[in-house]
Write a protein that binds this ligand. Structure first.
Ligand code: NDP
Length: 450
């Protein structure tokens, strides 16, 4: 049996019932076979066994009191996967589906993504099985304060710097930061995605969605194509999706559909961005509210679609941007996209394609960018926020945006050159996995057995 197969088998018995984590590891290890065969040091140093094991996992109880005076109990997580390349960095996710396997998969992916940025960043992830939807501001604040009461013992500007993710935006980061400051008596750059007047960076909120579009542009440019005039579908209607829609419109593409956990909006003459923002960011409603305002938009509720929310992938498009959540694009969705003429898929979300869908897209020859490369803009600008905090400075929006563009272009170059080097031209999945791994593994060897 091969080194990677041995490790996968061992992982199945030591991390049972963590399907998403296993899926993420399996995908990376499949790409690594040619690299592992070419250099015996990886096996001798047991790099694979070490890299799939988080340095530290913190699981904790989060207790808080709701508006009716009832005591609520949630599970909190922070997985510090790797500090090999720098302080641990990765978001916090508040969502009812969060469990140890999801946080581990996200932390594992983050290690390689952060390596691809070329910046000094380790990788990790955290969160809680807390559903912020329908909760009052007071409840969100009390939950965040309780969460940080434990988390503050484990984070710090040179140790671990969390950010937002699903369910954690500027409001939640504000409550988390306030509690950190109260407990530690320090105004530290310990979280990124902060508000502009209290240590945040211009461009951080927009960075993942914008960066994803910059990556798509670069990937298409390498094929002599561009985003201009392309009909696009963007799943999700949160931070990443909204900013992807915004940048797509700016570069002359035509996003015609978005989705959320309640259903899909299709508007053939293009999404009305102001209305989308009003519905999702201001009123915090489901997308049906969008269709009530625009008679030319069609809303398809999630209940009308047997495969739970994937209606968006049946809408014909030139380019698809999965920007909602993991495993939201199945093999049948991938086939439908290709049958309908889609020629590029660029992932804003983390692992949005199932293993079968990702393999199918990679084999198809269309332009396909995996999330760990295409959505790295968020963490890259987080690192720029850390740099600004350390220097007690704030850079202009233009400075940050041009750094973001340079970083996304550099990631594309590194990933495509690595794909070529290992005999898989245009396979950016292999390119991203090998390039990210090579960097982390090389540093692990240099740092000894720790
Ligand atoms: P948000 O919580 O802001 O938005 C998530 C959106 O996805 C929401 O609109 C949500 O619906 C929707 N959604 C959730 N599940 C489904 C589903 N099954 N079908 C359709 N829509 C769904 O999160 P983000 O935008 O921050 O994150 C989105 C993805 O991008 C995640 O995978 C995240 O890990 C990844 N990512 C985020 C980064 C960031 O900087 N924020 C950085 C890198 C990656 P509803 O509005 O109804 O809740």
């Amino acid at each position: 049996m091969s080194y990677t197969e041995d490790t996968l088998l061992a992982l199945q018995s030591t991390s049972p019932a963590q399907e998403e984590f296993f899926q993420a590891v399996d995908e990376v290890l499949r790409s690594l076979r040619p690299l592992l065969d070419s250099d015996p040091r990886f096996r001798e140093q047991r790099i694979i066994e070490r890299i799939v094991e988080p340095e530290r996992q913190i699981f904790f109880r989060v207790t808080w009191v709701d508006d009716e005076g009832k005591i609520q109990v949630n599970k909190g997580y922070r997985v510090q996967f790797s500090s090999t390349l720098g302080p641990v960095k990765g978001g916090l996710r508040f969502h009812k589906g969060v469990n140890a396997g999801i946080i581990k998969f996200l932390g594992f992916e983050q290690v390689f993504k952060n390596a691809l940025t070329g910046l000094s960043l380790g990788g990790g992830k955290g969160g809680a099985n807390f559903d912020p939807r329908g909760r009052s501001d007071g409840e969100i604040m009390r939950f965040c304060q309780s969460f940080m009461t434990e988390l503050h013992k484990h984070v710090g500007p040179r140790i671990d710097v969390p950010a937002g993710d699903i369910g954690v935006g500027t409001r939640e980061l504000g409550y988390l930061f306030g509690q950190y400051k109260r407990l530690t008596h320090r105004f530290d750059g310990v979280l990124t995605g902060k508000g502009l007047s209290w240590g945040g960076s211009f461009g951080r909120t927009e960075a993942t969605g914008y960066g994803c579009v910059y990556f798509a542009e670069e990937m298409l440019r390498a094929r002599g194509e561009s985003l201009e005039g392309r009909v696009c579908t963007v799943s999700g209607a949160g931070n990443v999706a909204i900013h992807a829609v915004e940048k797509l419109q700016e570069v002359g593409a035509k996003p015609v559909a978005v989705s959320d956990s309640t259903g899909t909006i299709h508007q053939e003459d293009g999404i009305d961005l102001d209305l989308l923002r009003q519905v999702k960011e201001v009123d915090r409603q489901g997308l049906e509210a969008y269709a009530r305002e625009r008679s030319d938009a069609r809303f398809v509720p999630i209940s009308d679609y047997p495969e739970n929310g994937h209606h968006i992938w049946t809408i014909p498009c030139d380019s698809a941007f999965p920007c909602a959540t993991q495993n939201e694009l199945t093999l049948s969705d991938a086939r439908t996209l290709l049958d309908n003429g889609c020629t590029s898929v660029c992932e804003g979300a983390n692992m949005p394609a199932t293993s079968e869908a990702a393999a199918h897209l990679a084999r198809s020859g269309i332009a396909y960018a995996p999330g760990k490369a295409a959505n790295a803009g968020g963490v890259a600008v987080s690192q720029l926020e850390m740099s600004q905090n350390a220097a007690m400075q704030q850079w202009s929006a233009d400075q940050v945006d041009s750094r973001l563009q340079e970083i996304m272009v550099a990631i594309h170059t590194m990933v495509s050159e690595t794909a070529d080097e290992f005999g898989h031209p245009d396979n950016l999945v292999h390119g991203a996995n090998i390039a990210g791994f090579r960097k982390v593994a090389g540093a692990m060897i240099a740092q000894g057995v720790v």
